[in-house]
Design a protein around this ligand. Structure first.
Ligand code: 1KN
Length: 486
């Protein structure tokens, strides 16, 4: 994917983003400005003393938000992502052919006419859906928040919307499924976020590009529709903590930075502490996620999709960010056949989660429930394993986990718990030497290393660092140790 060309021109960076067809992967901050004055979270138009380009639709504030809602989002760290829509019915199979691609994109790559696809609406009847059961499973897995697709690219709405007939109300299910969902998760103490696709294959006024007056007029109507729907979601489900936007890579959206700015502004007028991902935004010049001055737009960077920053990426630790991840290689919506690609094990997923937290990020793990409202067994099993691990370790190294600012080592990851102030190592790779190396910054001394089972004095210490003997019996799962320094 060729997505970024950076040239230095007369003192500022011009960024040309070329997303061939799609995707917001691969975005890295051009520069991360150290926090200036963090005014309140919604502060519009902050001082731009360091900014080289004057922008009308650039970043609305600079630095990490420090309000209670954002602190909660950050402390939560682990979220469940749910892709559920009409695509969950065919599950990647159409007319006897199973397609390898992402199941929620089937309509697009199998070139299924809109009228045919849209009629799946009359089959959507998840009569085994039990919101309370879902929330219970999510809680047992250790998820502190959930992000559900209210509308994916296909345009079908999981809530009864005043602004379209293409919604849950006009399915055999009829009931307000989203309300059941929001109520159950909220009751279980899990924060609810809404995924909303700007890209819409169903809406007649959606445009990929704006080439003439007529496109421009149509797209302005689409914008009003999307804005109305979003305000409707906020009004009908006031528990919603934030919005996760997707489908914002097309020229039409990039040419209308004002629209992305206005949507964020409108949502924040209703709830000043609402949390919006960076993917919504484009600035005056079509820069996405980061404006043309390199400042993050939205409340956190949401570009890491199915991959993570490097272990030693210290720039990313300066901003809030969230990665989202599939269990197979690339399936978000329900796909019948997971044998087509590598399916991650619980330990692989745990490593991705811990790595994310060690870099000060959040992690969304995706589930694609079936059309009938049940989860596939693989997802239930993963949930079970992850949940077991989380119940032992998450309070120490996941929730409130953050970047520890210690030199990365090959055995695993460091996490600092911002609630307790404690430092931890999480071991994923057991060295054959049975020695764990720890290097501390100048002036710091290692006092003790606390495994769950034993306290260990360090084995050897010289200017290369500390070498810690592993306990006799190392657990048969990723394990943690506490590091006490002085
Ligand atoms: C390669 O292009 C894309 C386009 C859309 C890759 C992924 C996506 C969507 N974003 C994920 C979060 C899913 O919703 C996926 O359909």
């Amino acid at each position: 994917m060729d997505f970024k060309i950076k040239t230095r021109l007369g003192g500022f960076f011009i960024v040309i983003l070329n997303f061939n067809m799609v995707i917001s992967c691969g975005l890295k901050p051009l520069k991360v400005n150290e926090p200036k004055t963090v005014t309140d979270a919604v502060g519009i138009e902050m001082s731009s003393t360091n900014d080289s380009i004057t922008l009308k639709y650039g970043a609305q504030y600079i630095g990490k938000r420090q309000d209670a809602e954002m602190k909660k989002f950050r402390a939560n760290r682990l979220g469940q992502f749910i892709h559920w829509g009409l695509y969950s019915i065919p599950g990647g199979e159409w007319n006897g052919t199973t397609y390898l691609g992402a199941a929620e994109w089937l309509a697009n790559f199998a070139k299924i006419p809109n009228a045919t696809w849209d009629s799946l609406q009359y089959q959507f009847n998840p009569n085994k859906f039990n919101a309370v059961q879902w929330a219970k499973m999510a809680k047992a897995s250790g998820f502190k928040y959930v992000t559900i697709t209210t509308k994916h690219h296909e345009g079908f709405c999981l809530w009864p919307s005043e602004f379209t007939e293409f919604d849950i109300e006009n399915t055999p299910y009829k009931k307000d499924l989203l309300k059941e969902f929001v109520d159950a998760y909220t009751e279980a103490g899990i924060d609810v976020y809404f995924y909303y696709s700007i890209l819409d294959w169903h809406h007649k006024d959606w445009r990929y590009d704006i080439k003439n007056q007529a496109d421009s007029l149509a797209f302005s109507k689409y914008f009003e529709f999307a804005k109305n729907q979003l305000l409707e979601l906020q009004q009908k489900y006031p528990e919603v903590k934030g919005f996760w936007f997707d489908g914002t890579w097309d020229a039409s959206w990039k040419k209308n930075g004002k629209y992305s700015y206005d949507i964020q502004k409108a949502l924040k007028e209703v709830n000043p502490n609402v949390i919006v991902n960076s993917r919504l935004r484009a600035d005056d010049f079509g820069s996405r996620h980061f404006d043309s001055n390199g400042n993050l737009m939205g409340d956190y960077q949401s570009g890491y999709e199915r991959y993570l920053p490097a272990k030693n990426d210290t720039l990313i630790t300066k901003i809030d960010w969230e990665a989202c991840m599939t269990i197979p290689v690339n399936q978000w919506g329900y796909h019948k056949d997971w044998s087509l690609s590598h399916v991650k094990s619980a330990n692989e997923i745990l490593e991705l989660i811990v790595k994310t937290v060690s870099l000060g990020g959040n992690f969304l793990l995706n589930y694609g429930p079936k059309g009938d409202g049940t989860f596939r067994n693989e997802e239930l099993e993963i949930s079970n394993s992850i949940g077991n691990w989380m119940s032992k370790y998450a309070d120490k190294v996941i929730y409130y986990g953050d970047y520890a600012n210690l030199k990365p080592q090959d055995w695993g990851y460091y996490v600092k718990n911002t609630n307790s102030g404690k430092f931890y190592g999480v071991v994923f790779n057991l060295p054959l030497s049975k020695l764990l190396k720890i290097e501390l910054p100048n002036g710091k001394k290692l006092k003790v290393v606390n495994f769950e089972t034993e306290k260990l004095e360090y084995h050897h210490h010289d200017k290369m660092g500390y070498f810690i003997s592993l306990p006799e019996n190392t657990p048969n799962e990723p394990f943690i140790f506490e590091i006490l320094m002085e």
